[in-house]
Design a protein around this ligand. Structure first.
Ligand SMILES: *Cc1c(COP(=O)(O)O)cnc(C)c1O
Length: 397
């Protein structure tokens, strides 16, 4: 297990300005760059192909993921799309049955159009994954921990099983390079939605693909320019600023998560908690081995159903009811009606997404406030029937 390079994150692009000695890196908004002379382009010619501000972020992320290089993309989904460009027509892709909803939508649409063949499998089931790998896939997509049940799969074991012929890709969004570095576990490519922990302030939508080899870096760089999905310079600058504090934010996210877990474990309204750090979590041993920590995402089932969920979320004031994750602010989400609403009820049941399941993205607020908030909400969520006045009252009284 390797340790996150905190200094590289803090110092991304610091003191790189040759002209004026600006301490923080300049923002290059220019769409184009003058040629030195006929037939003499400079390092940069056009901002879709290359941009000095964006390159600082790409280089920093590559270093943090122990990659040879990378591309910073306009969104996490365009990072996913970029990876798919490397595949020949009709290639077979093996993806987790509970992968990120947007990835699921992209892959299943490509499958329906006949562009790719896609098989969604339960990657924690060894015989299922072995059966799929026998069909000689071109790409193995891995996502761990998964959303919203925090299922964990063994990246090293899966990459070994797939072998060198298969392109092995890990979506590392849920942990960030601060807590897991998939290339060191055998992955060829790492994908990020930088929207989440890397930027960490819920004010940029962005993505990145980091590659193990120079050859793969060259391919993704070519494709990113070809399909035009590179990130804007301004978004890149904001994301660099977010990245500098990733490790200190993460420390607070994790400390808060540990205390919130201790509180939830004792609360009578809680039926079940999904968190890889708990001894009874099926992925606990693997998470302990391949992650630096268990992360700041967790989900739990409360006693009751939709009414109790509604009462709980309406009685919280420090957990904003919203999708997304990884920002400094705490969020609460109801996967069945929000992030996973596109899944049919049957598919939700199969994936274990119940009506009483709640997901938290634990922020970096004062933890006593967060616990008091949850306590207030949980103490009221078992009241039936729910009165409107109770729902509206968001004060802690
Ligand atoms: C959010 C997310 C994405 C997509 O990223 P966007 O920035 O929203 O396009 C992909 N994978 C995971 C795991 C995510 O959480």
């Amino acid at each position: 297990m390797t340790i996150f390079n905190e200094t590289a994150a803090v110092r991304a692009g610091i003191d790189c300005d040759q002209q004026h000695g600006a301490v923080t890196p300049p923002l290059y908004l220019s769409s184009n760059y003058a040629f030195a002379d006929l037939n003499q382009p400079r390092k940069y010619d056009y901002s879709r192909s290359g941009n000095p501000t964006r390159d600082i972020l790409a280089e920093a992320l590559a270093e943090l993921e122990q990659a040879a290089g990378g591309v910073v993309t306009s969104t996490g989904m365009s990072a996913v799309l970029l990876v798919m460009q490397l595949l020949p027509k009709e290639a077979l892709v093996i993806a987790p049955h509970d992968c990120y909803g947007g990835t699921f939508r992209l892959l299943s649409t490509f499958h329906e159009k006949g562009l790719l063949q896609v098989e969604f499998v339960d990657q924690s089931n060894l015989s299922d994954i072995q059966r799929s790998l026998k069909k000689k896939p071109a790409l193995l997509w891995i996502e761990t921990p998964s959303n919203p049940l925090l299922r964990v799969v063994d990246v090293h074991a899966l990459c070994e099983l797939a072998g060198p012929e298969v392109l092995k890709v890990v979506d590392n969004t849920f942990l960030s390079p601060a807590l897991q570095q998939p290339i060191t576990l055998g992955a060829d490519l790492v994908v990020h939605s930088t929207t989440k922990y890397i930027n960490g302030h819920s004010d940029v939508v962005g993505g990145a693909v980091l590659a193990k080899t120079a050859e793969l870096t060259e391919q993704i760089t070519w494709w990113a320019n070809c399909i035009g999905i590179t990130a804007s310079p301004f978004d890149s600058l904001l994301t660099i600023r977010g990245l500098r504090t990733l490790h200190v934010r993460m420390k607070q996210h994790l400390a808060n998560t540990e205390q919130i877990l201790a509180f939830l474990q004792k609360h009578p309204a809680i039926e079940k908690i999904h968190y890889p750090g708990l001894n009874n979590h099926p992925g606990h041993a693997i998470a302990k081995k391949q992650q630096q920590h268990y992360g700041a995402m967790l989900s739990f089932e409360i006693k009751g159903g939709f009414d109790e969920v509604k009462s709980l979320v309406n009685n919280l004031k420090y957990f904003t009811l919203a999708e997304s994750l990884g920002g400094v602010e705490s969020l609460v989400c109801h996967p069945a009606t929000m992030t996973h609403a596109a899944m049919a009820a049957e598919a939700q049941a199969k994936a274990g997404i119940k009506a009483n399941l709640i997901r938290l993205s634990v922020g970096i607020e004062q933890v006593d406030d967060l616990i008091a908030d949850l306590e207030y909400g949980l103490n009221r969520c078992q009241i039936r029937p729910i009165k409107k006045s109770v729902i509206k009252d968001r004060s802690h009284g």
